[in-house]
Structures are given as structure tokens and as C-alpha cells.
Design a protein around this ligand. Structure first.
Ligand SMILES: [Zn+2]
Length: 193
């Protein structure tokens, strides 16, 4: 990137990605008890379930919200409590479309031991211990992460993943975890920080 292009980006910000809003996917309101927080870092997840090309982003988000807002059994036999909303702030589906999740000014949720307060949570659809992220997903993740780092005045060294904070998970899976250095470099190149 030229110095001039970098200066322009710093002035007006990077291109804002197209994000399907909560209204657009038909979100229900969050339940009472959401905890306000201030964004200090950005943390990447995978859904941990094999990707599904046949359902729309909107449909997946409605399903995730239904699961999130009720008490339910997890695959490992544990019970999760009813959360106030979907656990993540942004959801990237297999086709690269981006959906708005929990309102960013409320802390997210997790089934593991780390405290997500202060974390902006982005989830990418797939089980990246078993499959590769699609080019569309990686392209959207680059664009969204760059935008968010700029929007919340963070730096590329604040980009981490779930397993960097929790020993109880392999999230975001090997293939996506290996992409993180390239993601940080991309953000640093575009934003200069
Ligand atoms: Zn995770």
C-alpha cells in the first residue's frame, strides 16, 4: 500500500463490509441481563459444526438464537444455561456473507472458562479441525476484522482466537488458527498498526 493510500484509509477508514442486520435476519430481542462492556480486543471462533451450504445465513442465525436463548444440552453432555442472545457479535457463513449477532456493546458468552468481557467476538462457520475455510469466508474475515480493528481503535496485535484464552477448546480449529498470522499482517498493512 502506498503512503497516500494509507493516509486516506486512516482518514476515512477502511471499506465497511455489508452486514445483514438483526432486523434483516429477524432477530428477537435479547433477554434481560445483558452485560454492557467496552471493546478491548477481537477474538475469532469457528462454529465447531461442519458447514452447511443448503441453509441461508438468516436461517442459521435464527436457529442459533433459538438455541442460545434456552437452556440446552451440549454435545459433551454438559448443560448450557439460557444466554441473553447469540454468543457472538458477528457471524460469517460459508458463502462469505456476514450477519450481525449480539449487539456489540454487550459482552458475549462461552461454554468455556475464559471471560469474554471486552472481547469483540467473530465466528466463522465450519469445523476447521476437519475442513478448510472457504475463500469467501477468509475474504470476509479479512474485511470485517480490518474494519472492526479500525472502528474500535484497536491494533492488529489484539487479534487472537478462542484457544489463546481457553485451554478447554481447539476453537477455531487448526486450519483457521493457521490463518491468523496472515490476518494480522493484512490488518497491519492496511491500517499501519
Ligand atoms: Zn470458540
Amino acid at each position: 500500500m502506498t503512503t497516500l493510500a494509507l493516509a486516506a484509509t486512516l482518514l476515512v477508514g477502511p471499506v465497511e463490509p455489508t452486514i445483514v442486520s438483526r432486523d434483516q435476519w429477524g432477530a428477537k430481542a435479547h433477554l434481560p441481563g445483558a452485560i454492557p462492556h467496552t471493546i478491548e480486543r477481537l477474538t475469532i471462533h469457528h462454529t465447531g459444526v461442519l458447514s452447511n451450504k443448503s441453509r441461508s445465513l438468516e436461517d442459521k442465525l435464527r436457529g442459533l438464537q433459538l438455541f442460545s436463548q434456552r437452556e440446552d444440552k451440549l454435545a459433551n453432555g454438559k448443560t448450557k444455561p439460557a444466554w441473553v442472545d447469540v454468543p457472538y457479535h458477528f457471524y460469517i457463513s460459508i458463502d462469505g456473507r456476514i450477519g450481525e449477532g449480539r449487539e456489540w456493546y454487550f459482552a458475549g458468552d462461552t461454554n468455556t472458562e475464559y471471560n469474554p468481557t471486552g472481547h469483540l467476538l467473530i465466528v466463522v462457520e465450519g469445523e476447521f479441525g476437519q475442513e478448510e475455510p472457504t475463500p469467501e469466508e477468509l475474504s470476509s474475515l479479512k474485511q470485517l476484522t480490518t474494519y472492526c480493528i479500525w472502528r474500535w481503535r484497536l491494533t492488529s496485535d489484539k487479534i487472537e482466537s478462542h484457544k489463546d484464552y481457553s485451554k478447554q477448546t481447539d476453537c477455531p480449529g487448526k486450519a483457521l488458527y493457521e490463518f491468523l498470522p496472515a490476518l494480522r499482517s493484512h490488518v497491519k498493512q492496511v491500517l499501519g498498526k
